[in-house]
Write a protein that binds this ligand. Sequence first.
Ligand code: PEP
Ligand code: MG
Length: 572
Amino acid sequence: MKILKGIAIASGIARGEVCCYLTPSEETLPHYAVSPGDIPREIERFRAAVLSAQQEMRQMIRVIEASQDAKAADIFNAHLLILSDEQLSRAVISLIEKRGVNAEHAVNDAFEEHIRRYDALEGHFRELTHDFVDTRDRILQAFGREAGHFKCDISAGSAIIVAAKRLTPSMVLTIPRGRVLAFVTEEGGITSHATILARAYNVPMVFGIAVSAEMDCGMPVVVDGSRGTVVVAPDKKMTQYYDKKIAAAVRKKSVCMLSGKAEATTRNGKRITLKINMSTPDDLTLAHDLPHDGIGLLRTEFLFMDKTREPNEDEQVRTYRSILNACSAKPVTVRLLDISSDKLPPFLQLPARVNADMELRGAMAVEVFQELFIVQVKALLQANTHGNLRLLYPMVSDIGDLKTFRTIVHQARAILTREKKPFNADFTEGIMVETPAAALMADQLLEEVDFINIGSNDLLQYTLAASRGSAVAEARYHILHPAVLKLISMAAAAGRRAGKEVCICGEVASFEEFYPILLDIGLSSFSVTPAKFGDIKCDLMHQDIAAGKKLLTDYSAAKTKHDADAFFAKYL
Ligand code: PEP
Ligand code: MG
């Protein structure tokens, strides 16, 4: 038996046999010199391969669209854009011409350059690396190169634990749902496109495991997606331990099924506000049948990313209206554009050498890109037909930041009035608490606003000076570090004193095991990703709030990530 420690990406426990996915190795790539006379023929081979990859991609998109998987269709449409990228084509052709190498080799080198560049970036952009890998492999396959494939026969019938170097969107889609028990990989990030697709399978995922060195087809393993561990060849005691946990989870789920459409409550009857985080309009489709209490966080960045120009006012009105109307009876919390290094709209003209995480967040961005924010607020006020808009300002650290946002709202209203456009300025107003400063000033901020949302992802990075999305930081600091929890607890207490809502919408709210302590510090409003809504609601039904358990005091004794993991392991 061997216990491998990786990074927990999606919770749950699975026991089964491994099936390894093999990515074609570098050695199988033909590499030869091309004489000057043959260069035009080599360029022609490259163009033909791209054409064939594009045709294959279009065909795949048609099939995906027919199955109404809009998220997957978007991802492959983005791959189609990479395939049509003129700059990349020019780079390949220039390598063929200048270095006299064959087309496959030039494609590999040109993409490698991009892959390296994206891999060096932070957050979302880094995770685009996998999309470039996927697109490169598709062109190389069009030259007749072997595609990635499963080492063992997956047609046999039983479900498998997929082990791979990394997930790519194409690879994920080759495995039918219901046939996967868990995903285990060496590389990958929580928010990459492939991970988003894999998350829809609702199975445990652990990344950061030395798959090629430690795992092979047919090996019996247990994947613990909550602890981020993979147990290879578990012994009898370990197998029994996990079988009991799996059985308990099945029992728990069946009890929850009975509660169906009921609202979220704890075992001792306390009503909990459970809302949905939305990062794209697709999340609304996922949330449609869930008994949620509204949208707790609409990240509006999706409207601004992947665009070569700023979305205009009408376009924004249409998008916001469709979301606000779809949830007309429930509150919809819309966060104004939140600029950061991993969320930089491509069309923005940035000041030279700016550090977006330190000089362009929240109110600082509003001061640089005033017009952009005025248009967004104008669009939101026009879309607020039912008055269910909750306007949320990102990264507010003090009253000065709040005033900057309010000035924009004031200007937007004045312009709408001047333009005689109908709008509804009846909205509630809140701020994101994402810096230690905001948590420390929560009493003062709550005198001004109607509610606060705690963004624990950024609160972690700004409290510990550790970049979010960095594997080094993730390995060192617990996502609910005791220092962060103390700040969250201060904000929760300020909310109680003011009699105003404090909702936690960072990733920590999407992990069941943190709820005993989050409830214990007095939080009763949470906003979670739609994929986790059912599990969290179910878990709440099994939570007993015994007031005064003082878990925070106990947890404050945790000195390392290991201590913190051990503290929460008892709730898994
Ligand atoms: C957060 O920081 O916790 C948060 C919810 O905002 P985002 O993840 O969009 O930065
Ligand atoms: Mg944030």
